[in-house]
Design a protein around this ligand. Sequence first.
Ligand SMILES: NC(=O)c1ccc[n+]([C@@H]2O[C@H](COP(=O)([O-])OP(=O)(O)OC[C@H]3O[C@@H](n4cnc5c(N)ncnc54)[C@H](O)[C@@H]3O)[C@@H](O)[C@H]2O)c1
Length: 522
Amino acid sequence: MKENIYITGFMGAGKSAVAQTLAKFLKRRFIDMDEVISRKSGMSVASYFEQFGENKFRQAETVSLSEIARQNRVVVATGGGTPIRSENRSMMRDSGTIVCLQVPLKDCMTRLSSAGSMERPLWKDVASVKTLFDSRRQAYEDCDLKIDTSDKTPEQLAREICEKLEPPRTTNVNLAGSEHPLIISWRAPCELPEILKTRKKIVLTDKRISKFHMDRYAPILEDATIVALRPGERSKTLGTARRLYEVMLKDNMGRDGLLIAIGGGVVTDLGAFVASTYKRGIPFILVSTSLVGCVDAAIGGKAAVDLKAVKNPVGCFSSPSCVILDLTALGTLPSRCLTEGLVEAYKTGLVANNELAGIIETDINPLLRGDMLCLARIVKLSALTKVEIVGKDFKETGLRRILNFGHTYGHAVESFSNYRLSHGTAVAVGMMVAISLSGRRGLLSSAVSESMLTTLSRFVAGPVLAPPIEIAWAIMMNDKKNRNGRVNFVLLEGVSSPIYVDDVTPDELAKAVREVEAFKNG
Ligand SMILES: NC(=O)c1ccc[n+]([C@@H]2O[C@H](COP(=O)([O-])OP(=O)(O)OC[C@H]3O[C@@H](n4cnc5c(N)ncnc54)[C@H](O)[C@@H]3O)[C@@H](O)[C@H]2O)c1
């Protein structure tokens, strides 16, 4: 299915400005149809009209549109008359969504007069423009989405179009009887005021997120104390927690205070840990800005800090007052952070959601490029799947363990690399090994394994770094998630059909690792 977006509307509706802004926001290619025709013909649209007449221009327009419609995920500013022909509307609808920017005629007139209408071939006089406007009304009515443009900036209109194409979503999360809303939104800051009320607040974030996004949040945070940490895992320590307790004590924050953590998994894990332990627990809100956070870290009530090189050994289970997934923030994520999040989302898809796994396999290129609508779709599916799993098993005594898929061997690879290898890369390798083990046991067909391995190898840059098997085994034996003193693996009997095994031998593992090395390293 094609997902182009065609922005249309009458002269002066702001088609080019909105389409350009939308394309930039979505990380998609922008095409201006008038420019395409001018480039092909070597003359301006006005000269084309003058020399060949409207009929010829409309024919050239249909030809250009048919070429554009063969592409995918482009944002197109059409001509104002493009939707008049029903064959054009069909082409646009078959290859995407037609968005009509609606603007009252008098506003078009004002905009065109002030912008100068000389270059508009169909602008003759007020009466003729009114007739033209009326003659196009029906074609504009037939568009898929109609957006009222009154008093809105191109940025606001672009946001509104995103919301129509991937609507926000609120769901209830139940963690062992304690409920809170999970809000997936393009306008995360607007979701906060109701919740904040007049409490004493501390806001935890990091300096990078602050640089990119705090201006969106600042107006509603009012008098909150804002603490911006050094970005990255090195801030997720007891030392940082202690400094935060001290700030909160100095602020005389009582149990009726509120902690708001705005950031990636480091900020939300640390924020949840500090809020859960300060004065035996104060309410907290998690606002997730990273893909790892939106698909995983902010959901499920786990809070933790690191101890030296050991990740997450100190922590607790606790329930936030609210979790907000900030879709707009994903636009400033560096590509390595996108990959990290896609690995976790693909893991969730493979163990629990066919549709999610399938979309990631099909849309891997736009996802790695950071296409915002594709990312929003993944966030929704992945977050809602995790909500369902943790709702059934908050404390990880049963079902939730399926989310450890890929983490058994992945943990060994990450630890052996002394955490120089990213968590996402290590888990992707761990998933490849678990898939190979599943294939070797006859649980997965070779076609299915190969398609999964192909997707996963897109997340692993460079050759696979495999520790010697005795070292890997020793690390896995020490994993805090082991049960009964045995190494536990999650394998697959198919997509969404995970099984737990504890009888993998070092020899069997070594063969699977060699198979993955051969697949990835060639
Ligand atoms: N609690 C859980 O269930 C759970 C699950 C998975 C991971 N985690 C934890 O999450 C952490 C990893 O999360 P992460 O990958 O988000 O790490 P992170 O919080 O360190 O964020 C990664 C980097 O992206 C930056 N960043 C975040 N949002 C941004 C944005 N919108 N624009 C630009 N830059 C942005 C951060 O400043 C940081 O430099 C680990 O500590 C891990 O243990 C917890």
